[in-house]
Design a protein. Structure first.
Length: 296
C-alpha cells in the first residue's frame, strides 16, 4: 500500500515506537479472539501528529479471520452474553427497537441478546467457523464484512464491538457505517484505550497489545476518526466485562515467571465475575451533529 506509513486517522507521518517482536510466523491462530500472547505484535508505529498507533507492516489480514477457529471463545459464551446485554442497555435508552446490525458478530452472541431485547437483529462475521456456530444456533449471522452490505440497507442501530482495532482502514469502515445508518440511527463502537492507566503502566506488556490488534486508539483519536468519517460522538463511557475466574486466572498468570505460574482450581470455571479496568472505550455516534458531548 502506497501510504502504508501514513497515519490511518490524520494521514500524517508515523515513526517507529516498538519493533516487531513476533517469535513465529503468524497464522489464523494468531488472530484468535482469546489469544493470550500479550505484548507480541508486529512493529508498532505512532503518528507524529495525533499519536494514533498502528501496525504498518500488516496490510492484508482478512484471510486470517476467514480461516479463524476459536473454541475457547465459544466456551465463554455465557459470560460474553452478559457483556452483550450490558452493552445493549447503553444503546436501549437511545434506540429501544428497530433493525440492528452487529459487525464482526462472531458466533452471534450480541445478535442473540439483541433479539431477546426486542431488536430485529442480524450480524456479519468473516470467520467461516464462527458464522457456522451462529447458524447452528439459528441466529441470523451472514458471512462477510460491512462492504458486502448494500448501502440501500439501512439500520436503526449498528454495533462494532472490539472490531475497529482489527482493520487496516478504520476511516473507511466508519464511513461504511455512516452510509448504512438510518436518518435517526445510532452506532456503538467499543475498542481498547491505549492511553488508559493499565496501558500506560504495562506499556507493551498490556493485554491488548497482540497480533490481531493493528490499530490502537485513545479517546482523542477515536473521536477524530469518527469526525473524519462524518459521525458525531454523542456520548462515551468505559464498559466492563464478564469472565469466569479460571479464564482470568490463566491470563493473570501470563505476567508471572513460568516457575511461579499455577493452574486454576476446578471451582473457578463455575464462578463468573464482572470486572472494569477502565481500559476500554465505548462511544455512541450518529450521522448528524445534534447532541452535546459528555461521559455517561
Amino acid at each position: 500500500m502506497e501510504d502504508s506509513h501514513h497515519c490511518r486517522i490524520c494521514k500524517s507521518d508515523t515513526e517507529l515506537k516498538w519493533p516487531s517482536n513476533l517469535e513465529n510466523t503468524i497464522s489464523s491462530d494468531s488472530f484468535a479472539i482469546t489469544d493470550a500472547h500479550y505484548g507480541q505484535t508486529s512493529a508498532i508505529y505512532q503518528c507524529k501528529q495525533c499519536g494514533f498507533r498502528q501496525c504498518n507492516d500488516l496490510q492484508d489480514v482478512l484471510s486470517f479471520y476467514e480461516d479463524l477457529e476459536d473454541q475457547e471463545y465459544e466456551n465463554g459464551r455465557k459470560e460474553r452474553y452478559l457483556q452483550a446485554k450490558a452493552l445493549l442497555k447503553e444503546l436501549k435508552d437511545l434506540q429501544p427497537q428497530g433493525k440492528l446490525l452487529d459487525v464482526g458478530a462472531g458466533s452471534g452472541i450480541l445478535v442473540e441478546a439483541a433479539i431477546e431485547a426486542g431488536y430485529e437483529a442480524e450480524g456479519l462475521e468473516p470467520s467461516t467457523w464462527l458464522q457456522e456456530q451462529a447458524i447452528e444456533r439459528g441466529l441470523p449471522v451472514k458471512k462477510g464484512v460491512l462492504s458486502d452490505v448494500s448501502e440501500s440497507e439501512q439500520y436503526d442501530s449498528i454495533t462494532l464491538i472490539d472490531v475497529i482495532e482489527h482493520v487496516v482502514d478504520p476511516i473507511m469502515l466508519l464511513k461504511e457505517i455512516k452510509a448504512r445508518l438510518a436518518p435517526d440511527g445510532y452506532a456503538m463502537i467499543v475498542t481498547p484505550d491505549c492511553h488508559s492507566f493499565f496501558a500506560r503502566m504495562l506499556r507493551r506488556k498490556w493485554w491488548h497489545y497482540r497480533v490481531a490488534h493493528i490499530g490502537y486508539f485513545n479517546l482523542s483519536t477515536l473521536k477524530a476518526a469518527c469526525t473524519e468519517s462524518g459521525l458525531d460522538v454523542i456520548s462515551y463511557n468505559r464498559p466492563g466485562w464478564f469472565f469466569t475466574m479460571d479464564y482470568l486466572w490463566v491470563r493473570v498468570m501470563q505476567y508471572f515467571p513460568r516457575w511461579l505460574r499455577c493452574k486454576p482450581m476446578n471451582w473457578m470455571n463455575r464462578k463468573t465475575v464482572s470486572i472494569n479496568l477502565r481500559d476500554s472505550l465505548m462511544v455512541i455516534v450518529k450521522a448528524e451533529a445534534s447532541h452535546p458531548h459528555g461521559e455517561g
